[in-house]
Design a protein around this ligand. Structure first.
Ligand code: ZN
Length: 327
């Protein structure tokens, strides 16, 4: 039996070992020392959220303090991410023209986060996801949600403080929980598809957790709303940072005691698939799985392994998404 710790670490964006040093973020002197130190490294994010990766595209470009100073980084908001091995990582945002000039000088390309999840080494993909999550929050947190005054960023980019002294409200980065679940009944699992998806693609059911709701109640509600199926048991599987723009995906396995499906408005189709139907559908190309980037893929993989001792990776080798990941 694996634990949720090891299952989560197998998810894309989820194997980053970082000392976040939250206690030090508000200590400006310490952060400035690290910013000026030889161990400082800068993850360059362009305005569209893509990151500079080194030539070869498997690692993030590690910009040095010299690069940062030369290209005007001292003017940028300090965003401290944390320490990875011996390096103090900062995120550094630049406009399109300046980012292009830096890339031209250093070499390398800009890559979006989804592509990075497939192409980069796991630790670098995780660091990029973390940087994107904090920057996404900063971009959406320009005004105080209490009084409407502008905010200023403090604590190395991890806290926004209202500039109205009568208010002075503090705002912190948000993470919105979303659940995603593979429901089993007998020897089959429940997958659904939205009308906008490529033909033949099916995935596990998912939705946001609502205020006042437990994770388990959200699993039950979403499965019932989308497919009319009552979940009677569910268990946590693993989680994944999902900064599109600010979610955490919470994967569950679940069991239904009645297979009757009654489609809700969100899905075009939902049906039960046996292991045999998955194997045959993937072999013929009539069935496509969710992206291997997603917890959904991991949940199908888990179910197929537990139910039939079959590895999903072995069945999806011809999938264009997986070919793109290797290419
Ligand atoms: Zn305010």
């Amino acid at each position: 039996m694996s634990s949720s710790l090891s299952r989560s670490r197998a998810n894309t964006f989820s194997s980053l070992d970082i000392e976040r040093d939250a206690d030090w973020r508000s200590d400006t002197a310490t952060i400035n020392d690290r910013l000026r130190g030889a161990a400082a490294r800068f993850l360059l994010l362009r305005d569209d959220g893509s990151a500079l990766v080194a030539s070869g595209r498997e690692r993030l470009a590690e910009l040095s303090r010299d690069d940062f100073v030369r290209d005007g980084g001292a003017e940028a908001t300090t965003i401290y991410l944390g320490k990875v091995q011996d390096r103090d990582w900062f995120a550094w945002r630049q406009g399109d023209a300046a980012a292009a000039a830096i890339a031209a000088r250093l070499g390398g390309d800009f890559i979006d986060l989804r592509s990075a999840g497939m192409a980069l080494e796991a630790v670098d993909a995780g660091l990029f996801a973390y940087a994107r999550a904090i920057v996404n929050w900063q971009e959406r947190t320009r005004y105080c949600s209490v009084c409407g005054s502008p905010v200023r960023l403090e604590s190395a980019g991890h806290r926004a403080v209202c500039t109205n002294p009568q208010c002075a409200a503090e705002h912190f980065p948000r993470t919105d929980p979303a659940m995603i679940v593979i429901v089993a009944h007998g020897d089959a699992c429940l997958l659904g598809r939205q009308a906008s998806w490529p033909k033949g693609r099916y995935s596990t059911l998912a939705g946001f957790v609502e205020p006042g709701e437990t994770l388990e109640a959200a699993v039950q509600r979403e499965v019932y709303e989308e497919a009319g199926v009552r979940v009677v048991d569910c268990d946590y599987h693993s989680s994944q940072a999902w900064p599109f723009p600010s979610s955490i995906m919470l994967g569950f396995t679940a069991r239904a005691d009645d297979p009757a499906i009654k489609l809700g408005p969100e899905l075009e189709d939902a049906r039960w698939f046996s292991a045999r139907q998955l194997v045959d559908g993937l072999a013929s190309g009539e069935l496509l799985m969710p992206s291997p980037l997603s917890v959904s893929y991991r949940l199908v993989e888990h179910w197929l392994r537990e139910t039939a001792g079959i590895e999903l990776d072995a069945l999806t080798r011809g999938d264009p998404l997986r070919r793109a990941a290797r290419g």
